[in-house]
Design a protein around this ligand. Sequence first.
Ligand code: G4P
Length: 288
Amino acid sequence: VLIQWFPGHMSKARRQVQENLKHVDIIMELVDARLPLSSRNPMLDKIIGTKPRLIIINKKDLGDELESQKWVHYFQSQGILAIKINAKEQQTVKKLTKAAKAVLAEQLQRASERGIQNKAIRTMIIGIPNVGKSTLMNRLAGKKIAITGNKPGVTKGQQWLKTNEELEILDTPGILWPKFEDQTVALKLALTGAIKDDLIPKDEITIFGLTFFKKNYPSELQARYKLSEAQLALSAVDLIVFLTKKMGFRDDYDRFYDLFVKDVRDGKLGTYTLDRLADLEDDENGDN
Ligand code: G4P
């Protein structure tokens, strides 16, 4: 569900998460493997404070495996355990339970010393729209559940979905807003379909996407559109003109924008990761 965010929604969403915080042992922050940074809520640290947290890099089947692994290390270097999953896969349930136990190892140890044993870990899934919260919750609950709280700020009495003897999930996910005020982040979100299509002009999304694939995955771009080396070297704008003609769309550029964006989203250009750890490191070095 894609949501249009307004300040009122944002403070309600924040309040809803904060109210539920006290009922859970650990937060599961869901991000998209193609956007491990851009699909995070900019205020999450403030919102959840010191609550134990696990980062779940979802849609690993769509992300560039090597880059996903770099992000796991990056989060680890920040002191946060991160795991990669595909929410549609059955083995996800075991992986998450194991990871949650690892994050809470000390607490569980202390509880067991006080004689408290075999108490289920309670968790809440949090993330921006479209990262796969409903898919994951259905997988964990082992059945199709109607997620009634799937709108910011809709709260109801807490109900716990039982995953197994060890893990219970709050039936209402925390839905938070993305970092859309940053133009590059907004372009990345738009390219993957995480934000509404009409928020950013399609030509801008396409220019951004072509430039990105030219730089990071040139052979996939070349293979998909059967480009010669010389054509691959064209600027994004010249490539649009060239490919629109080549596809038989005459000068109907909109048709090419639609085709390209759909190709990217459908994985026709292979797996990819739009957030590059190398870019982040460049930024940090630039600040020094
Ligand atoms: P949300 O609750 O966080 O808003 O996300 P939701 O579960 O609705 O998932 C958004 C889209 O992402 C869905 O696709 C869902 O199938 C897909 N998805 C979730 N997890 C994964 C994953 O690990 N891998 C892949 N490849 N896709 C995933 P959709 O096109 O909106 O619907 P549909 O294709 O399921 O019909």
